[in-house]
Design a protein around this ligand. Structure first.
Ligand code: F0G
Length: 452
């Protein structure tokens, strides 16, 4: 088989700037060792997130010019709506400005004190919106997901037994909906199998509970199903995507991921009464139902993005990139979460620097090391992000290298691998980190650190 290449040519380029090691040291100190406080101009390869950081295609830019900015009934809205309908089978579709806006509306409708929302792994904004409604957010992942070296192909699966046990214990009336996140971002970008989704559906049916998808990375999940799930190899990704949506009663999507746009979101709701209520809530804070807080041009870009993301040569390149980086890191001895998922590589910082205990934030030490050595920006997903007062420490200390879509080439990725391998070779020099100042919630964004 030949090399899987980037299935695009580059029409517009954006220079990136190399800094010296002395400059980076100063920048890092000025940022109090928190990479969120570093200006993007001072970053060489930015792997902070895959959200809203992708490159749009020439057809998407053409859509930007075509955008009709009428307040109501714009043809751009109908193009967007029809694309989502055709892809998902959902009739009731609303645009929102991003994923969390869809979540806010959904949980304002479904959440309340005393209720419990199970998910394979809540993303932090989803959890925050569930909790803001008064409900409790509960993660029901499978045990294999907590073991970074277990090569289970669908570590994103929901623990169906635990779901059944929860329903038996609290009663179905306490569970307004079950949510499944595809792929699961907090647990390593791992996919959920169709078999698992069907099982969750059947449990929900038995108890008349609605099933929602957090479908930010639905196309990557579908492609991983095609690659990994027995019997799915010959099915078009579009068909797998359709089955995933057919199994659910609704979905929230941040189009900043698999929508291949820089801003935008979607909310789909099958139940017509709930949909009407969602329309009213949308109008309250986002805007009228045919633009949902976006410009007409944004809707055009989304309509095209949701088409392009299903092209199988794109998905082959996308998933192969992550897999390629994973293979090279493993060759270099760097411990990562295996198997690699869709949108990111997760370095296992606990094994990367075993001399640094969790309370001295090994993940943050690796994040600082990557920036110092090569100007690469990653993000800690471990005790800094989840460890605050009253929280139980996370199972894994991870560092996420998230891959923006269609932005970096193979040589950029080779460079990232070299930096990570060099850092690993010199890992004994990495020092533990302490927090100097931190807010009470979501501390990773603004905390200040120093080295011990
Ligand atoms: N759900 C998942 C699984 C996500 O990964 C995100 C965002 C959201 C919901 C919220 O979407 O940002 O458009 O409001 N994840 C980004 C990340 C921020 O870096 O992983 P949003």
């Amino acid at each position: 088989m030949k090399t899987i290449i980037e299935p695009f040519r580059i029409k517009v380029v954006e220079p990136i700037r190399m800094t010296t090691s002395t400059e980076r040291e100063e920048i890092l100190q000025r940022a109090h060792l928190n990479v969120f406080a570093i200006d993007s101009q001072d970053v060489l390869i930015d792997l902070l997130t895959d959200s809203g950081t992708g490159a749009m295609s020439s057809e998407q830019w053409a859509g930007i010019m075509r955008g009709d900015e009428s307040y109501a009934g714009s043809p751009s809205f109908y193009r967007f709506r029809d694309r989502i309908r055709e892809m998902s089978g959902f009739e009731n579709v609303l645009p929102t400005h991003q994923g969390r806006a869809s979540e806010r509306i959904l949980f304002e409708l479904y959440g309340a004190a005393g209720l419990i929302v199970p998910n394979n792994a809540h993303f932090d904004t989803t959890r925050a919106n569930v909790e803001h409604s008064g409900a409790q957010a509960l993660d029901l992942g499978i045990p294999e997901a907590a073991d970074a070296t277990n090569r289970h192909p669908f570590k994103g699966n929901m623990n169906v037994e635990a779901l059944r046990a929860l329903i038996d214990k609290v009663g179905p009336e306490k569970i307004p909906l079950v949510m499944v996140t595809v792929t699961n971002n907090m647990g390593g970008g791992q996919p959920v199998s169709l078999t698992n989704l069907r099982q969750v559906r059947s449990v929900c049916d038995q108890h008349r509970i609605e099933l929602y998808l957090d479908a930010c990375r639905f196309a990557e999940n579908a492609y991983l199903i095609k690659q990994r799930e027995p019997g799915q190899q010959d099915r078009p990704v579009r068909e797998i995507v359709r089955e995933m949506f057919d199994l659910s009663d609704g979905a929230t999507i941040s189009a900043k991921k698999d929508g291949l746009v820089n801003i935008g979101g979607v909310l789909m709701i099958r139940n017509p009464d709930r949909f009407t209520e969602a329309c009213n809530l949308l109008i309250l804070t986002e805007g009228y139902v045919t633009y949902g807080g976006l410009a007409g041009r944004d809707l055009e870009a989304m309509a095209q993005g949701f088409e392009e993301v299903l092209h199988e040569d794109y998905l082959a390149y996308r998933i192969r990139t992550t897999e390629y980086v994973a293979e090279r890191l493993i060759e270099g001895g760097v411990p990562i979460l295996e198997p690699p998922g869709g949108h990111a590589i997760y370095i296992d910082a606990g094994r990367f620097c075993p001399h640094i205990p969790p309370e001295q934030f090994p993940g943050q030490a690796v994040v600082c090391g990557l920036y110092r050595l090569g100007g690469v920006r990653a993000v800690e997903i471990g005790s800094v992000m989840f460890g605050g007062v009253g929280n139980k420490p996370p199972a894994l200390e991870l560092v996420r290298l998230a891959m923006p879509r269609r932005v970096y080439t193979q040589s950029h990725m080779d460079y990232v691998v070299e930096v990570a391998c060099e850092l690993y070779a010199g890992r004994d020099a990495l020092r533990g980190i302490r927090i100097v100042e931190a807010p009470p919630a979501l501390r990773h964004f603004t905390a200040k650190f120093e080295e011990i």
